[in-house]
Design a protein around this ligand. Structure first.
Ligand SMILES: [Zn+2]
Length: 424
């Protein structure tokens, strides 16, 4: 019965996000300058936003604040510069809270909680769309050494305020899968314990319950695409150290869902955060079952590919004119949405146990690497020739002399897609 109540709320929150969001740019395209515009909009509607520090490259880092309650919640996003989804979701959440003071539960959040959030902790990395800061240090491995100004700031913000719950917000590889399935993990959770001995405590269990609430809320949208990470204590990582220092952390990692865009992922994050905060102030969190979280399957990697060409007749023409038959799995690198992501060959051979987000039957074709050699880790650019065509594989400028029937380049068909169209 409680799940129905959550479900209704989650659906309403989805609609609320559509109506009230101020994030209009695809998260991976949001630069520091765009974030500043968002924050100005938040200030204009009366939200407390202040500069709290600077990045190694001198870019301002900001903190937003809502509420005047006794329970302190601290959230931070994008400590890895190429992990942007939560930055937009946080902006939308604060906009929503600020714009809906008459909703009973928003009032309760305002009276019972104080929420502080640092969106885009790593603005230099965000600008370059890279994981690291400008010192090329992984800020999330700097909790102990504190060699980065961003890491020092994060620690200071925690130590000065001693928040009771932390939300550490990241993106994971889009090909992460749930358990031993071939299903993408669109959202993954971890309640971070924060000690190497595995000693549980009440706040840790409360965070498990909060994750259970978020999981149930998200089931309306991505049932079966939610996973969790295992908790191996890492004394260099901020999630672990926050928990060890007294601020137990909930890790949320956003992946992807084939056919859905980044705004959908932003919406899911918005729904998750607000479901948790709402349950916290309404007390329903105390009735949530930590087992819902514990029953989430652990994530796997290397079970799915961006694209699989099935049973292709491969010709590495730089080496030989003989063909052999195999599946070819290629993946895409992480890039901003507006940039074509480079592809690379991940595996060649029998991939029958695995799934491609896109799959193409290449039995009737020669698959010819554009540069003449199929290599793991190198470009996934292919020419396709119909089997049976008489082709001199040693011809000068093969591609011009014998026009390919199809070409796969930059992760998509640039010619001959019709030959590989899905049979209805
Ligand atoms: Zn990360």
């Amino acid at each position: 019965m409680s799940s129905t109540i959550y479900a209704q709320s989650a659906k309403e929150l989805a609609g609320d996000w559509e109506m009230h969001r101020i994030s209009k740019i695809v998260p991976s395209d949001v630069r520091h300058a765009d974030l500043k515009k968002y924050l100005q909009q938040l200030k204009n509607i009366g939200l407390k936003v202040g500069e709290v520090g600077k990045s190694f490259g001198g870019r301002e880092i900001y903190q937003m604040e809502f509420g005047r309650g006794a329970t302190r919640i601290f959230m931070w996003s994008q400590m890895h510069g190429d992990e942007p989804t939560a930055t937009s979701a946080l902006v939308d959440m604060f906009a929503y809270l600020q714009k809906n003071p008459d909703k009973k539960w928003v009032k309760e959040i305002k009276e019972k909680l104080t929420i502080r959030a640092v969106p885009m902790l790593n603005p230099d990395g965000a600008e370059l769309f890279q994981r690291f800061n400008l010192q090329y240090i992984d800020i999330n491995r700097d909790a102990k050494a504190l060699s980065t100004p961003e890491g020092q700031l994060l620690k200071r913000l925690r130590d000065e305020w001693s928040p009771e719950i932390g939300f550490n917000l990241h993106n994971q590889n889009s090909l992460t899968t749930v358990g031993r399935t071939n299903k993408q993990a669109t959202i993954s959770f971890l309640a971070v314990l924060g000690n190497a001995e595995g000693k549980s405590n009440e706040n840790y269990i409360r965070n498990k319950r909060l994750i259970s609430v978020m999981k149930v809320a998200l089931d309306d949208f991505i049932k079966g695409n939610i996973g969790r990470y295992d908790d191996t204590f890492n004394p260099r990582a901020f999630g672990d150290m926050f928990s060890a220092w007294g601020t137990p952390v909930i890790l949320i990692e956003t992946g992807a869902l084939h056919g859905k865009d980044e705004m959908f992922l932003t919406q899911l994050n918005f729904i998750a955060y607000l479901s948790a905060l709402k349950a916290l102030v309404e007390g329903s969190e105390q009735k949530a079952n930590p087992k819902v979280y514990e029953d989430l399957p652990f994530n796997s990697s290397d079970r799915i590919f961006n694209v699989i060409f099935r049973r292709a007749n491969i010709i590495n023409f730089k080496e030989t004119s003989e063909s052999f038959t195999a599946d070819v799995g290629i993946n895409k690198e992480r890039r901003r949405a507006q940039i074509l992501a480079p592809t690379y060959v991940r595996e060649i051979g029998d991939l029958t146990a695995y799934k491609g987000l896109e799959e193409f039957d290449a039995r009737e074709f020669y698959l010819v690497p554009r540069n003449g050699q199929l290599r793991i880790g190198l470009g996934g650019e292919f020419l396709f020739f119909k089997k049976g065509r008489k082709i001199d594989w040693k011809a000068e400028n093969l591609e011009k002399t014998f026009l390919p029937d199809a070409i796969f380049s930059d992760g998509k068909w640039t010619k001959g897609e019709k030959f590989f169209a899905k049979k209805q």
